[in-house]
Design a protein around this ligand. Sequence first.
Ligand code: AMP
Length: 438
Amino acid sequence: MKSFASLDLIEPLKRAVSAENYETLTPIQAQAIPPLLERRDVLGCAQTGTGKTAAFLLPILHHLANEEIVGKPFIRALILTPTRELAAQIGESFEAYGQFLDLRHLVVFGGVSQRPQVAALRRGIDLMVATPGRLLDLHGQGFIHFDDVDFFVLDEADRMLDMGFIRDIRRILEMLPQKRQNLLFSATMPESIVKLASAFLTEPVRVEVDRQSTTVEQIIQRVMFVARADKKRLLRHLLGDADVESAIVFTRTKHGANRVTKDLKKAGVEAAAIHGNKSQGARLRALAGFKAGEVRILVATDIASRGIDVEGVSHVFNYDLPNISESYVHRIGRTGRAGREGIAIAFCDESESEYLHDIQKLIGKSLDVDLDHEWHCPEAVPVPRQGRNSGAGGSRRPPGRPQSGASRSRTESSRRNADRSGGSSRPRWRGRGGSGRG
Ligand code: AMP
């Protein structure tokens, strides 16, 4: 396990990671930082939670700090991200890693007043983290030029494409100077991303950890078959379990998120919704309340959840199954972070068998079926497909000793899986310090 001390990073950066209580490099950091320090382009396949932000920020800060500039700095490094939340989190990481450096950064995204952003641009900045829309907006108004960009990062590229940002990305790429260092990070590597990467990366070094289609081992995953109308009762029941320290409940739509939140509040459960229709202030407040432990339950849609990095989310509830199976993997990745065990429970109603089938195909296994609840709905159990994985199989826990669906005890097959892998759940990396940041 490599330590930060062994890297050729400037001292203020080593001091900063040590202040963050990082001891050893995560696998993505061990692979990506050395080539990035040598100014190579990098194509990274890694999801949030693997330490990828430090993997690209540390070398960039190293280069920015080492280079002499004359006059006011102006966007020497540009990081594009799909969502406001992710942009804000990268901004926080910059503040942590750059705390002993004299570098300025700015996070820009839409939905908030642009006045402070413009004022900061006038004062000069070294690094900008931006969502594509607001960036192009500011450029269109003449507040931004890209002449000084030496480093360009496209983060969560797959999500960018999913969200329809491809044209914006192309427009931005056309405006960047020819000579620059490029990085592309993506949780998945479909053909579209490989094509995009080849359009702007030069002989990239490929680094890869934790492909999205392999779900993280330490997450216990179960499915509960339930009628649509009973989902809210089942959720209330499960949230009543003291083991649910903090949870994210996923819905497919913004409307659904509002409905679930309202319903929980009515039942006396403190919950906050986070989705694209909420104002930026409301989203950040909800996230801050959740991170601080004031709100135990966050109700989120897929897009809003991307990049949420909160330590110690004990449970993820898939109130609605996602119609895009990759989203399931992103969702459950919110729990079981940094070596902790997490529990992910999927609710599947009569109309969602296809989604369940696709998810199980993607992750390459059947979810354990949890029958120990009074809302079990046999009609929601998928009919076995001929010669194919039915999706409803898995190992059924025999109804016997009642066990709360949200409790931490394992079902038979997950115990067997753990036995096969040596009996313990493998942390994504060891030596993690308890900085409490995130
Ligand atoms: P990321 O994948 O960049 O979102 O990082 C996930 C979490 O891991 C963040 O809370 C980081 O502060 C934390 N982290 C990143 N690198 C390390 C490391 N080498 N050791 C311990 N924690 C880390």
